[in-house]
Design a protein around this ligand. Structure first.
Ligand SMILES: [Zn+2]
Ligand SMILES: [Zn+2]
Length: 276
């Protein structure tokens, strides 16, 4: 980048998440510099008692910061969209929506970070287990439950357990969940297609040692073959030097998997844009 492609980065954290550095206005101007067409901000809304972001979300503060960014945006600046990322919505969705209530959002992202009491982004649960693949299986089962419970537009970073597994020193070369757990993955993706839940291609793994997207290409391909058309692109930006990282590669992967369009969300409604 800069790029002539149309790209909406639909997973950008701001300082309204405790683990991210930059305010909305600054990210908006960085997005303009990067040539992005739009940015979907997300704020963590977490109610898992052990989560770093537990009960941190402040809907009024986020709304104010977002409004300020919209105000300072130039007339030809990137489109700014306001979202939230709810952790484990099948378990904590009610509390999350309560915390978010009273304000408008363009979209809601559902994220599975905790499988029960195990945080799959970290190495500890994988090191502690005799059967690390058992945690992957449980992650898929919980993802199905999450999609079937609903309450969100986009499923975030499917396959992010690779982050914890890589830190635990496990060999991921053979790890293709479409082969290892074909029934579970099919059930998950079919359920998404049925319910119109979009699949996010999250490029944040490209900057980590595992150097893969979440999900990996075989999952994208299977989703497509099951009739999935709704995809979003997200960098999971939190701070420098990884602001908007990997989006170009993400677009290439979507095109390769046969997706001609991706989505942004405005006031809860999906809007398609062409990837080429
Ligand atoms: Zn997340
Ligand atoms: Zn995130």
């Amino acid at each position: 980048m800069p790029t002539t492609r149309i790209i909406y980065d639909m997973h950008v954290h701001t300082s309204n998440s405790p683990d991210a550095d930059f305010p909305e206005s600054l990210l908006a101007s960085r997005a303009a510099d990067a040539g992005l067409s739009g940015v979907g901000f997300v704020a963590h809304v977490d109610y898992h008692p052990r989560d770093f972001c537990y009960a941190w979300f402040d809907a009024a503060r986020y709304d104010e910061a977002f409004a300020k960014a919209v105000e300072s945006r130039g007339s030809d600046g990137p489109v700014l969209l306001k979202g939230i990322e709810i952790g484990e919505p099948h378990r904590f969705g009610e509390r999350a929506m309560e915390a978010a209530s009273g304000y408008d959002y363009d979209f809601v992202v559902g994220a599975l970070h905790w499988v029960g009491e195990e945080l799959v982004l970290e190495k500890e649960p994988f090191e502690a287990r005799a059967d690390p693949m058992g945690l992957v299986e449980e992650y898929l089962r919980q993802s199905i439950e999450m999609v079937e419970t609903g309450g969100f537009d986009v499923l975030a970073h499917l396959g992010i357990f690779r982050r914890g597994m890589t830190q635990a020193g496990l060999d991921l070369r053979e790890l293709d969940e479409t082969r290892l757990f074909p029934d579970l993955v099919r059930q998950l993706l079919s359920s998404m297609v049925e319910r119109g839940v979009a699949l996010e291609l999250n490029t944040s793994g490209l900057r980590r040692d595992e150097r893969v997207t979440y999900p990996v290409p075989p999952v994208l391909a299977l989703y497509r073959s099951l009739g999935g058309t709704r995809v979003t692109l997200g960098s999971d930006t939190h701070r420098d030097p990884w602001v908007f990282y990997g989006l170009g590669e993400g677009v290439d992967m979507l095109l390769e998997a046969g997706f001609g369009t991706a989505l942004l969300y405005r006031r809860g409604e999906p809007v398609e844009y062409p990837l080429r």
